[in-house]
Design a protein. Structure first.
Length: 492
């Protein structure tokens, strides 16, 4: 007769398989599914989401969990993760889980169409219901201070709206001051980075890049999507997406960003595959890795001292760039409309806009129908620019169509953690510049695998950060890194 733990693991395998099917359907919808499949896909996703939720929250799961005792190394950590996940899941009615999943599938198609037409009004009713669902979720999950706490906690365990506000308060002033200092300097010319670039050649180059830094194409692939993302359903099958735009950096840095997510997922021990311990521990830690590979590595001078010749061979229009000029061009600081293509310095202001809008909508200070005006006003206030249309304004992100409300602060948390973890890495791997300049990324990836990726969900996020860096998340490393980098670039 199987032990309680064996019974629990068997049930968790069933739940994992259902979620894998859901993830595969979502990936397909955002990459290859014909438009006519949207209605059926929404029904399939709704039904499978209900089945996964019912299987997980069933009395049999709780009985097996309560009776389980560790039988091998890491079982205690696995039981801790399952206990938290089950406690959260049992608070949510299956009907709400099913409705949200079904609506998100429909909402994605409506968002794609609305963004193509720059027509927020056509998407507003769907978004209004998605925010209503978020409010209902928060009520079921429970919170002490802010409704936002219940939602953010699902993405970053233990984080609150107050934490997010304190983070933004710590970085906003210094970043705005640095941006103002840069604004007084001569504008960096990056015009050569814009053109009609071959999608085929961009695909070849970006796949070469992400393979060179360590993404394993034997366990993954790269495709295109309206909004770049990384997903997967096992340690052996991780999917990246990118997109191609007139700015050549869009695909390059988008691919590096998603590869950072992908290598984190590929870095879980294979013995944990399809178990609750596999994968990133939180979205903030996950984002730290995508930003590390995109910005700290991918926008560095040593990185391009190695790869610029290959880029110029692929795209001769860039042949006139020397290393210093190219490096300055890809790190140009200028307020812009699109978050995922924002420079490293102004990026957090994009996140702050979304955080404040989510909070205002959730607390009924802002009506969904008035969201575009509020969005534009905040962009004018924080970035000094006003979006010309909804597509480059409030319709640019896919997250709200997915029901990912309460998610955005994790992007800024990732920015802070990227520099904090990188500084810890450099204590053990001090020659990172030389390694990148020679195209040898194995020691860097190896350190991250050992210290972050291979830990999966063994530790809670805050404990992992303490273990890896020796201190809680803070803004000091991040602000110091930005000041050093951009003072050199702009001769401040």
């Amino acid at each position: 007769m199987p032990s309680a733990l064996e019974t629990l693991k068997s049930r968790l395998a069933d739940v994992n398989a259902l979620h894998a099917a859901l993830t595969m359907m979502d990936w397909d919808q955002q990459t290859y599914m014909p438009k006519g499949g949207a209605t059926a896909r929404a029904e399939h996703i709704g039904i499978l989401s209900r089945m996964a939720h019912e299987t997980f929250v069933a009395d049999e799961t709780r009985t097996a969990l309560d009776a389980s005792s560790p039988e091998a190394e890491d079982d205690e950590a696995m039981l801790r993760v399952v206990r938290r996940d089950l406690d959260l899941a049992t608070k949510l009615p299956t009907s709400l889980v099913e409705e949200k999943s079904r609506l998100s599938a429909i909402a994605h198609e409506r968002w794609v169409e609305a963004r193509a037409k720059s027509d927020f009004a056509s998407f507003a009713p769907t978004l209004e219901r998605m925010f209503e669902i978020a409010r209902e979720e928060a009520q079921f999950l429970g919170y002490k201070e802010s409704i936002y706490d219940a939602l953010l906690d699902q993405y970053e365990q233990g984080a609150t709206a107050a934490d997010a506000r304190a983070m933004f308060d710590a970085i906003k002033g210094p970043q705005v001051a640095l941006v103002k200092s840069i604004a007084a300097q001569p504008v960096i010319d990056d015009s050569l980075l814009y053109g009609d670039w071959s999608k085929t050649l961009q695909g070849e180059f970006t796949e070469m890049l992400v393979q060179a830094i360590g993404f394993d194409f034997a366990r993954g692939r790269q495709d295109t999507a309206p909004h770049p993302f990384c997903t997967g359903w096992s340690v052996g099958d991780i999917r990246l997406t990118t997109r191609y735009k007139p700015y050549i950096g869009s695909a390059i840095f988008g691919s590096l960003h998603e590869a950072g997510h992908g290598m984190y997922e590929q870095g879980s021990p294979m013995s944990w595959d399809r178990s609750p311990l596999a994968g990133g521990v939180s979205l903030g830690v996950h984002e730290s890795q995508s930003r590390t590979w995109e910005n700290i590595v991918g926008r560095s001078k040593p990185f391009w001292s190695h790869f610029l010749p290959a880029l110029q061979a692929k795209f001769p229009a860039l042949a006139s760039y020397d290393l210093n000029t190219f490096y300055r061009a890809i790190n140009r600081v200028e307020p812009s409309y699109i978050r995922v293509e924002a420079d490293e310095l102004t990026y957090n202001l994009h996140v702050l806009v979304r955080f404040e809008i989510e909070l205002d909508v959730l607390t009924d200070k802002l009506k969904v129908k008035d969201l575009p005006e509020a969005w534009n006003a905040k962009y004018a206030e924080y970035l000094g620019i006003t979006p010309r249309n909804d597509a480059e304004g409030c319709l640019q992100d896919v997250h709200w169509s997915m029901g990912s409300i309460g998610y955005f602060p994790t992007y800024s948390m990732g920015n802070l953690l990227s520099y904090q973890i990188w500084n810890a890495l450099k204590k053990d791997v001090p020659n990172t510049d030389e390694l990148m300049a020679s195209g040898n990324f194995a020691p860097i990836l190896g350190w991250l695998r050992d210290n972050v990726y291979a830990q999966g969900k063994r530790y809670a996020p805050k404990e992992l950060i303490q273990r890896v860096t020796g201190k809680p998340m803070g803004a000091e490393d991040y602000l110091a890194g930005l000041n050093a980098k951009y003072s050199e670039i702009y001769n401040l």
